[in-house]
Design a protein. Structure first.
Length: 390
């Protein structure tokens, strides 16, 4: 088949002898590219006709994504095969063949990267069919696939460029001499590339040990932040107000931080209430139970009300309630505060915190302590008339 192809191109070359030699040779190479394009289109049409909803659809998608590098590689093969029939000089064919070899190696690396991206995207699309971002296994797979894919891209890129450069004799000899004296060279290269290598190795550790995952909720610099993207060298964190923190990936292996969704997204929220000593705890506890049990934000697992502390002026009530995630826990705590404050204000105002004043006077040569009853003070800014607050 190769001989028949060369014979065909030779006949084309002979038929264009009336043109200048260089132009006739270019026509032969253009004919080879045209044949490669025709073969590529025929193969693409055949593959796109493969039936099937799942496997067939994946093959069609893979074919469309690989169409561009496959066309270029096929054209390179056809042109390299056509070089002997082009009529160029031996030196020109040598340079052209080497250039085609370098281009072919680069296209193979590019095709490998595209293929890995297609396969990883197909896997991620299959496992992310659910909208539940709290699935630990889902986020684990997403993190591993994305981090390892980026590291594979870097590795394939380095190998591709290195393979292309090794086709040059001078570069190959220089590389062998470096391997022969690798001691000093490795130290210099290691020192120069230490930050890059540190982050690359840290990326591999994060992919394996997983201290953070995609969409994990962590606390950094006092901010709530979600892990939006993990690259080979840095991590993008999305803050609740849409700011972004760009953090080197090695930072997460060298510094302590809080990960609120490491094992589970569920959290126990805490609400503290400060009430007067006359507060009816039974009524407040019953009302809190109604609020939490009637809320759609509570996950039905943990709820409790306790007097956690007291001072000289108030009692401290601690309310705990669990929720499915940190954001839901925040909304649940806000709902508890709003409703219990309205209840105490309207149903049992004696529970609201008050200030007590002590009046000391001297009687019969000794001091006696008289404690005044609790008084309600007007809120700041209220108008005070002649007969008291209005």
């Amino acid at each position: 088949m190769k001989n028949a192809f060369i014979d065909l191109l030779t006949q084309i070359r002979i038929s264009f002898d009336w043109l200048p030699g260089t132009m006739a040779s270019v026509v032969v190479l253009c004919a080879a590219v045209l044949m490669a394009e025709i073969c590529s289109r025929i193969m693409t049409k055949l593959v796109l006709r493969i039936p099937g909803q799942k496997k067939g659809a994946f093959i069609r998608l893979f074919t469309m994504a690989m169409q561009r590098p496959a066309r270029v590689m096929l054209a390179i093969v056809f042109v390299a095969t056509a070089l002997p029939a082009s009529g160029f000089s031996y030196r020109t064919m040598q340079w052209g063949g080497h250039a085609l070899l370098v281009l072919f190696v680069l296209m193979v690396g590019y095709a490998a990267i595209v293929a890995m991206r297609i396969l990883s995207d197909a896997y991620l699309a299959r496992i992310t069919g659910t909208d539940d971002r709290d699935d630990i296994l889902l986020r684990t797979h997403m993190t591993q696939v994305r981090v390892l894919r980026r590291m594979a891209d870097i590795l394939v890129g380095l190998l591709t460029v290195g393979s292309a450069l090794m086709t040059f004799e001078s570069v190959r000899e220089y590389g062998l001499s470096l391997f022969a004296s690798a001691g000093a060279a490795s130290v210099v290269v290691g020192l120069a590339a230490r930050p890059l290598l540190t982050n690359l190795i840290a990326g591999m550790q994060i992919a394996m040990t997983q201290p953070i995952r995609m969409e994990d909720l962590i606390i950094i610099n006092g901010d709530w932040a979600w892990v939006e993207e993990i690259t080979a060298t840095y991590v993008v964190l999305r803050v609740w107000d849409w700011r972004r923190h760009i953090v080197p990936i090695s930072w997460f292996l060298e510094n302590p931080f809080q990960n609120w969704t490491h094992n589970s997204a569920a959290l126990i929220g805490v609400v503290f209430l400060y009430v007067d000593f006359h507060a009816p705890m039974d009524r407040i506890r019953a009302r809190l139970r109604e609020i939490v049990h009637g809320s759609a934000l509570w996950d039905g697992k943990v709820f409790d009300v306790q007097v956690a502390d007291c001072s000289a002026h108030v009692m401290t009530i601690r309310v705990i309630a669990s929720a499915r995630s940190a954001l839901v826990s925040w909304d649940l705590r806000c709902e508890i505060r709003e409703k219990i404050i309205v209840f105490m204000r309207d149903e049992c105002p004696e529970a609201l915190p008050r200030e007590r004043l002590a009046h000391v006077s001297s009687l019969a040569g000794h001091e006696a302590l008289m404690v005044a009853p609790p008084i309600d003070r007007p809120p700041p800014g209220a108008y005070t008339g002649p007969s008291g607050p209005v």
